[in-house]
Design a protein around this ligand. Structure first.
Ligand code: FAD
Ligand code: NAP
Ligand code: SF4
Length: 674
């Protein structure tokens, strides 16, 4: 008897059967754009099909040049382009999977001069003003969607997904916000829906009955001028009548200022909205957004909120997600922590997409952990992300690995990160390694701080992954009792007063400020989260928006940096704005261009700028230091002098601009090499 009977049950679509309820949602990897990357893309999908996903949806392909996400982006509009896809569909079919191609027209989100939309209204996140389509232009676009679907069918895809959400082209026609037309494609809600429904109807007519058509439907636009609930329900019913096979959930436009997929969004935060819509249609509906573990998916299916679960990033983090659920071992899953660092942040930077936890994602043909021919005895010192990934990779390849950790638990700095409100998911990574290390046969020695003496002569090679230690800046009064380091505050639970100054506004300073402005609860509370961000029932307000009501901070917090300019400017593209908004919601006072003059009983004394002007005393109970880190590498010289083959990875290698993405990738690449 399986633990996940709903999740693993087949779904009969009438003309074809999905072997379980898992769809791998569409994600642009960057490999779609060039013909030379087809073999990599094929292997990337094949690995997920092998892992048991029932239906894969590709990254978005534009139906013509006006729909490009960016110049020379992925497009499917002719037979030559279609031919390339044969290798992709074959690779997936050979592994027993099914695959649908996503048709994505960017509309006014397109970063190129030929962009078009319902009206000529610029998106707040794109400097390019789109051209308003004529009636003829709209009809031409519809024909191009149909042509794209036909080409996908010729390339042996099992179906297409028509992207109707996220504020892209179709969504721009659906909403008053972006559709100011007065012809038959605008004005009334029926007219605004006309193009979406025509695309589905004419696609169905062209591809025949035995081809999957998924319509990705925006169930909560989360922007002013978004669709009303009645409009959303009417659209769902009409696309069903027009011939859609499945409706997939989409939440929020790209320009919405409400987070929808970052780690601080509670799991399955929007599944109830999918459940609300599900009642109005008879075709299967897929839930999506922040669903990352089988237990969560099973609960949604059991409640009847959806018949399918669409997950994108979790399939990057662990291609064997379904296989592990089938085997009854969900605790072996490398759970996506929704950090966006190697996936969406890469996509926005036009870099190839991968995964912070699984650097092999998108590099399946290049980064291979093949069985070793010569077994070596390897010591890994430090069980932070760098040491953990190296130790596991080496053991999986067949090496004999001993992992030494000074602390009583594994995780390193990640063990601090997981205590930050909104970063609770990071604990899953530690659970994953705790489960996988013994399975792979790694000898883990906790509470063991090793020196060179214990290592020399006992191992063929040593990996130093001893990480980082917080930097202590030279400020007069730095040894005052009110000064605390971030590990003392977050992990050590040292009491912190009602007013606090945080020195250093990098990623950790921002996280620590969030920690200090929250009453700590062990799990993310969905109701509180919705209140904080102003998300309501889509039936109650168009766009599902209401006035945000963040709960007040238990402390007064000042966040300081020496450099001039905006606090948090260096944070990542897809998550930085969420952190900045969260700090604003909590009333954190941000001060830039600061000189730290001294710390004493009165508080923190500061001045501003090169001339050290505007002296001010912040009357704080505590000062928390988040001023960056320094490498811990005292073992390296001794080992090298003793002639031991030594490798240095993660923070021990370079502390500047260190993150877990670099630490894990370095560990994995080293594991593949030894
Ligand atoms: P560490 O994590 O420092 O691990 C080193 C380990 O070595 C430690 O466990 C230490 O005890 C052990 N050790 C040291 N010397 C010895 C010895 N002689 N013998 C045995 N063991 C020893 N990164 C991100 O990418 N995304 C984030 O969102 C993010 N958020 C963060 C939030 C916070 C609050 C913090 C503190 C960090 C965050 N980070 C984040 C940073 C990330 O945790 C670090 O980049 C990462 O942990 C570095 O990995 P590492 O393995 O190099 O070193
Ligand atoms: P950081 O980003 O380098 O920031 C250090 C901060 O301390 C800066 O604001 C710096 O700004 C200040 N500082 C540096 N030296 C100082 C000194 N001598 N005196 C006073 N202030 C000083 O490092 P971090 O915040 O410690 O983060 C470490 C790494 O963890 C980062 O590289 C980051 O990638 C990763 N991380 C990532 C996330 C994420 O969400 N992706 C979250 C947390 C951490 P000024 O010099 O202007 O004062
Ligand atoms: Fe998930 Fe982060 Fe990996 Fe993206 S990079 S798939 S968000 S764990």
């Amino acid at each position: 008897m399986t633990q996940f009977p709903q999740l693993l049950a087949p779904l009969d679509l009438g003309f074809t059967t999905l072997k379980n309820r898992v769809i791998m949602g569409s994600m642009h990897t960057g490999l779609e754009d060039r013909a030379k990357d087809v073999p990599r893309l094929a292997e990337y999908f094949a690995e997920r099909a092998r892992g048991g996903v029932a239906l894969i949806v590709t990254g978005g392909y534009a139906p013509n040049r006006t729909g490009w996400l960016a110049p020379f982006g992925a497009k499917l509009s002719n037979r030559f382009e279609a031919r390339r896809h044969l290798a992709i569909t074959k690779a997936v079919h050979d592994e027993g999977g099914k695959i649908a191609l996503q048709v994505l027209h960017a509309g006014r989100y397109s970063y190129q001069p030929f962009s078009v939309s319902a009206s000529s209204i610029k998106a707040p996140i794109n400097p390019i003003r789109p051209r308003r389509l004529t009636d003829r232009g709209v009809r031409w676009q519809i024909r191009n969607y149909v042509r794209c679907a036909r080409l996908a069918q010729k390339a042996n895809y099992d179906g297409v997904e028509i992207m109707g959400g996220e504020g892209y082209f179709i969504n721009q026609f659906l909403c008053e916000r972006t559709n100011k037309r007065t012809d038959k494609w605008g004005g009334t809600s029926e007219n605004r829906r006309r193009m979406a429904v025509e695309i589905v109807r004419r696609t169905r007519a062209a591809v025949g009955p035995n081809f999957i058509i998924i319509f990705r439907l925006s169930m909560a636009d989360l922007v002013e001028g978004g669709q009303t609930w009645d409009e959303i329900v009417a659209l769902a019913k009409e696309v069903e009548s027009a011939g859609a096979t499945i409706i997939n959930t989409d939440i929020g436009w790209h320009e919405a200022r409400i987070p929808t997929i970052v780690t601080s969004v509670p799991r399955a935060a929007f599944a109830d909205i999918t459940g609300k819509l599900e009642k109005h249609v008879s075709i299967p509906v897929a839930a999506s957004n922040r669903i990352n573990m089988p237990e969560v998916a099973e609960e949604i299916l059991t409640r009847g909120d959806a018949q399918l679960i669409s997950m994108a990033r979790p399939m990057l983090a662990d291609p064997d997600w379904v296989r592990k659920a089938e085997a009854g071992h969900p605790d072996e899953i490398n759970t996506c922590i929704a950090c966006n660092q190697a996936c969406l942040d890469h996509a926005f930077a036009r870099k190839h997409v991968s995964c912070l936890l699984n650097p092999r994602a998108g590099r399946e043909t290049e980064l291979i952990l093949s069985p070793t021919r010569t077994t070596k005895s390897v010591a890994v010192v430090g069980a932070g992300p760098a040491g953990l990934s190296a130790a596991l990779g080496l053991a999986q390849r067949g090496h004999s690995v001993t992992l030494f950790e000074a602390d009583s638990q594994i995780g390193g700095q990640f063990g601090i990160a997981r205590k930050i409100p909104g970063k609770e998911e990071f604990a899953e990574t530690i659970r994953y390694y705790n489960r996988q290390l013994p399975l792979a046969g790694v000898d883990v020695r906790l509470d063991t701080r090793v020196g060179a003496a214990e290592l020399v002569g006992n191992f063929d090679e040593v990996i130093v992954a001893t990480g980082v230690t917080p930097r202590v800046p030279t400020i007069p009064g730095i040894d005052h009792p009110k000064v605390l380091t971030y590990p003392e505050v977050v992990r050590g639970g040292r009491p912190v007063g009602k007013s606090v100054a945080v020195i250093g506004a990098g990623g950790i300073g921002v996280d620590v400020s969030e920690f200090l402005t929250h009453e700590h609860s062990p799990t993310l509370d969905l109701k509180e989260w919705k209140q904080e961000w102003g998300v309501t029932d889509p039936e109650a307000a168009a766009g599902a928006l209401t006035t945000p009501k963040p709960s007040p901070s238990p402390r007064e917090v000042y966040l300081l940096q020496r450099k001039a300019g905006r606090i948090g400017a260096g944070l990542a593209k897809t998550t930085g704005w969420v952190h900045r908004a969260a700090l604003k919601n909590k009333g954190v006072q941000e001060l830039s261009g600061v000189n730290y003059e001294r710390i004493d009983d009165d508080g923190l004394h500061i001045t501003f700028g090169e001339k050290r002007e505007n002296a001010r005393t912040l009357p704080v109970d505590n000062v928390v230091i988040c001023a960056g880190q320094e490498s811990v590498r005292d073992l390296v010289d001794e080992l090298t002098v003793a002639g031991v083959t030594t490798h240095v990875i993660g923070g021990a290698d370079v502390a500047a601009e260190l993150d877990a993405k670099r630490a894990i990738e370095q560990g994995t690449r080293l594991a593949a090499r030894i």
